[in-house]
Design a protein around this ligand. Structure first.
Ligand code: NDP
Ligand code: 2IT
Length: 453
């Protein structure tokens, strides 16, 4: 090891220790930080200014972390209490921007890992958006429509004090889709007494939403995968694809993959997975999930050739060319990675945030599997959110084709930036290093220009 790389390593180790001490027991946050830090040594070797400016210690500390009580009344008139969060992580390149997650597992660690990832993802889009994230440990499953609405209103009663079109712009994530965004926006509008459409994204088309936002993360993921395959002289046509989850990201990843000629044979929810060797019938999945809000196992009642297996991790046993983890963090571990490789997988595209464990990632890299990391591959959602903000501030709405073309061009740009950064730092084709470096540099340079912030 050269002297400069030893120095860089010591700096990274010292800051990582501080992160562990300052944020005890936040294992997901530690994991996200570790994943990025690993990639940065070549930058610090080449440009010691980032160490001299102590950028790392600044960037891992949120500008602000808000935690609040959400009291609400259920249908049986019990008073319930949940905990809400918003992390306003970094505003060096624009207002805080990032989704809102409602899931029973949400805690400070989950929100901070998501907010931290969001900083670099948002930078990669090339749009002027900083990093933030929010959510609650509220579990939307089995709740009535009225309960969801009252919860959203109570959540917004506090959140409204901290957000705005030029300060912090939430959107959806797990458990927060068009219905919840509508309730959140409606309450914000009542509280403010003015129509500030750009305060939240993922809105319905009839009240300020953007065409293609619903499809954006899934479509964007497939556009990114398409670029990777193009570089290999290949395409999606005829590839066998498995997609975990059956929510927003999964559904539209499946839709675009099918449009491009892929054969999608499996998807899942948190209870189990389905395998349909004839190809998943997406209309059925959409009806079950988007309209009826039921479990994925209902699918096999209508498609009797398909099978349902309980336990969501088993989905990685299905042989495929392309695996797209699109449900949640750490859903794909080392064992599943080995199974996928054993079955001949060619490419992994992360639609979810941090879906692969660190050991799974190492396994894929060591076996030369093409790997699209989340912060690059799933950036299409937030990119179109930014286009929604642009439409809101100019008070016009763009046609579907125009937004979709911009999404594709943004995903191509992200791919190019990642490839170039991976090349410059000696690891051509390693998109993990490429994404981390390209995202980091944009934010770090903006921070340095703005003084000690
Ligand atoms: P949805 O709520 O629409 O769907 C989530 C899907 O994942 C469901 O099928 C759900 O199953 C499954 N799932 C959720 N949690 C778990 C869990 N703990 N274990 C197993 N399965 C689980 O969310 P999205 O599609 O919006 O989000 C999916 C992922 O993509 C998340 O990691 C999110 O952060 C990420 N993402 C989302 C973006 C967006 O624009 N929406 C943008 C970029 C990334 P069940 O219904 O049974 O819970
Ligand atoms: O993880 C993500 O990028 C999102 N949930 C979307 C964020 C957004 O602001 O559209």
């Amino acid at each position: 090891m050269s002297q400069s790389s030893e120095r860089a390593q010591r700096y990274i180790d010292r800051v990582f220790e501080t992160v562990e001490q300052r944020n005890p027991n936040e294992k997901e946050f530690h994991q996200a930080v570790k994943e990025i830090f690993h990639s940065l040594i070549p930058i610090f070797e080449k440009y010691p200014i980032y160490m001299e400016q102590n950028i790392l210690e600044r960037i891992v500390e949120p500008e602000r972390m808000i935690s609040f009580r959400i009291p609400w009344v259920d249908d049986e008139e019990n008073i319930r209490v949940n905990r809400g969060f918003r992390v306003q992580f970094n505003s060096a390149i624009g207002p805080y921007k990032g989704g809102t997650r409602f899931h029973s597992t949400v805690n400070a660690s989950i929100i901070k890992f998501l907010g931290f990832e969001q900083i670099f993802k948002n930078a990669l889009t090339g749009q002027p958006i900083g990093g933030g994230k929010g959510g609650s440990d509220f579990d939307p499953k089995e709740k009535s429509n009225g309960e969801i609405m009252r919860f959203c209103q109570s959540f917004m009663n506090e959140l409204a004090k901290h957000i705005g079109p030029n300060t912090d712009v939430p959107a959806g994530d797990i458990g927060v889709g068009a219905r919840e965004i509508g309730y959140l926006f409606g309450q914000y509008k009542r509280l403010k007494g003015s129509y500030e459409a750009g305060v939240i994204t993922g809105k319905g088309i009839h009240y300020g939403g953007s065409l293609v936002r619903k499809e954006a993360t899934g479509y964007g993921l497939i556009y990114f995968v398409q670029e990777m395959l193009k570089d290999q002289g290949e395409s999606l046509d005829g590839k066998t694809v498995v997609v975990s989850g059956s929510g927003n990201v999964s559904t539209y990843a499946m839709e675009k993959a099918i449009q491009l000629g892929a054969h999608v044979v499996g998807c899942s929810d948190s209870s189990g997975y389905i395998y349909d060797k004839n190809g998943i019938q997406l209309d059925t999945v959409k009806r079950i999930k988007e309209v009826e809000r039921k479990r994925i196992k209902e699918y096999v009642k209508e498609h009797t050739n398909a099978t349902y297996t309980p336990g969501f991790e088993g989905i990685w046993n299905i042989p495929c060319d392309i695996a797209l983890p699109c449900s949640t963090q750490n859903e794909l571990d080392e064992k599943s990675a080995k199974t996928l490789i054993h079955n001949g997988v060619q490419l992994i595209g992360e639609g979810a945030n941090m879906p692969s464990t660190l050991r799974a990632i190492t396994t894929f890299v060591e076996n030369n599997i093409l790997f699209a990391p989340a912060k690059a591959a799933n950036a299409g959602g937030v990119a179109v959110s930014s286009l929604e903000m642009a439409q809101n501030s100019s008070k016009i709405s763009w046609e579907f084709d125009k937004v979709e073309a911009q999404l594709q061009s943004i995903m191509q740009g992200i791919y190019q930036d990642c490839i170039e950064a991976s090349e410059e730092y000696g690891k051509r084709g390693n998109l993990i290093i490429g994404a981390n470096i390209a995202g980091f540099l944009k934010v770090a340079d903006a921070m340095i220009s703005q003084g000690v912030i």
